[in-house]
Design a protein around this ligand. Sequence first.
Ligand code: G4P
Length: 528
Amino acid sequence: MSFLEEIKRRRTFGIVSHPDAGKTTLTEKLLLFGGAIQEAGAVKSNKIKKGATSDFMEIERQRGISVATSVLAFEYEGIKINILDTPGHKDFAEDTFRTLTAVDSVIVVIDVAKGVEEQTEKLVEVCRMRHIPMIVFINKLDREGKDAFDLLDEIEQKLGLKVAPMSFPIGMGYDFKGIYNLWEQNVNLFTGDSKKDIEDTVEITDLKSSTLDELVGEPAANTLREELELVQGIYPKFHKQAYLDGDLQPVFFGSALNNFGVRELLDCFINIAPPPRAKQSEERLVKPDENTFSGFVFKIHANMDPNHRDRLAFIKIVSGEFKRNTPYLHVRHGKKLKFSSPNAFFAEKKQIVDVSYPGDIVGLHDTGNFKIGDTLTEGELLNYKGIPAFSPEHFRYINNADPLKAKQLYKGIDQLMDEGVAQLFTLDINGRKVIGTVGALQYEVIQYRLEHEYGAKCTYDNLNVHKACWVEPEDENNEEFNAFKRVKQRFLAKDKQGQLVFLADSLFSLQMTQQKYPSIKFHLTSEF
Ligand code: G4P
């Protein structure tokens, strides 16, 4: 297969949802269709019980929360599909945001009974801002849930999306009879009480046809006709380019658990979802079909195998071919690195591969060279944009609890920060170290990992900080900036890159400071 054909047949996407909406179940059903796994329950049992391949970390096993993000790849109808799994837990939201920099499209899963939930809102907002094409899957139709039209309204209003229904439910919960597929113009029927299987798929190109009445009964058939008329009246017709531009979102209904509506989703997905897209670097737009290799690190995963203390850096290939044993430029360090055993991911296994293509994710063994956002190229000085740090929500001083292990502690902190587990700030006034995180859970993760991976012990002290703001002075030497630095000395720190940060202790103090020093800009992200 030619290089261009390899690119064209790749689809790299992420599934985002609020926890429990059915992301894991849907992932598993997609893998089943691809023949990548043989039994239902395989992905799920890994997640909660065995803790094997889809989530690697020990801590995950103990908690049963999806801490890690992993890659699951499979083939379906000649298409190579890479699913980047994202942790649903809100404390790991930043991990998910970073993963979204590596996807070309997204499937949003919504629970029919719960509707749009908090985590979904946040993640969809990020996707919307980046114009990532999104498909919505409304799940758990076998249960009583909200009215389909109300739900579509809610999606439009809360998520700011413009929806185009591609399928529509016939009844719901107890009365759920099946789904009319507007995309393929057929009906999938659920029959019997168990609602476990798709009994029949019947083509119905003419909705007036009496076959529909025979299949679902006259009342349900009439309701469906009315509802579809309404759908066609209210909602725009699906338009592929609008979807690709992030301006229109196709919606499917189904039940992942019962494998209902999943094949339809997948068939449509491989048809409409974009192959690898061009990516903006600081220097220029890089296209996937360029001959020279480039890629960036969007995730670093430590100690997947507790017997080996190495890390795996996940690289999304943006352009060219990535080849084993070939020296590539680590742009930030300005040095060439060669990788003898790059891992590619197939379903739940990883394997060493010789060549990978744009859209693929490779896992590179790393002894501490990489940090999130690093770029690899064949020699060109490129820096991929778009992995900024956001202001953390929680802040604590970190203390060394074992004076003999100071070196281990600092090495551990350093590496965990490069992985993007949390952010480190060093106070200007006394050099004390402050850890900022998105969720409180990360403090336990850090403590646990420092102890188990680096043999170091830490304790925390509370610190009252509302937000970390990256400081941008109009002029480094003007009187106002000097006054600001003098007066606010106690609240100033450096992030790991040495950028100046103002740790505002309340919203009020941030506003007052902004008023008092109008020439200084305060940013809530590290890239501005
Ligand atoms: P997540 O990854 O988004 O957190 O959700 P997950 O797939 O783990 O699903 C959350 C729960 O919802 C699971 O039940 C799962 O079986 C259930 N579920 C998923 N899809 C459907 C569906 O289409 N219909 C119904 N009725 N339930 C669905 P659980 O009780 O938490 O786990 P388990 O005991 O079933 O494993």
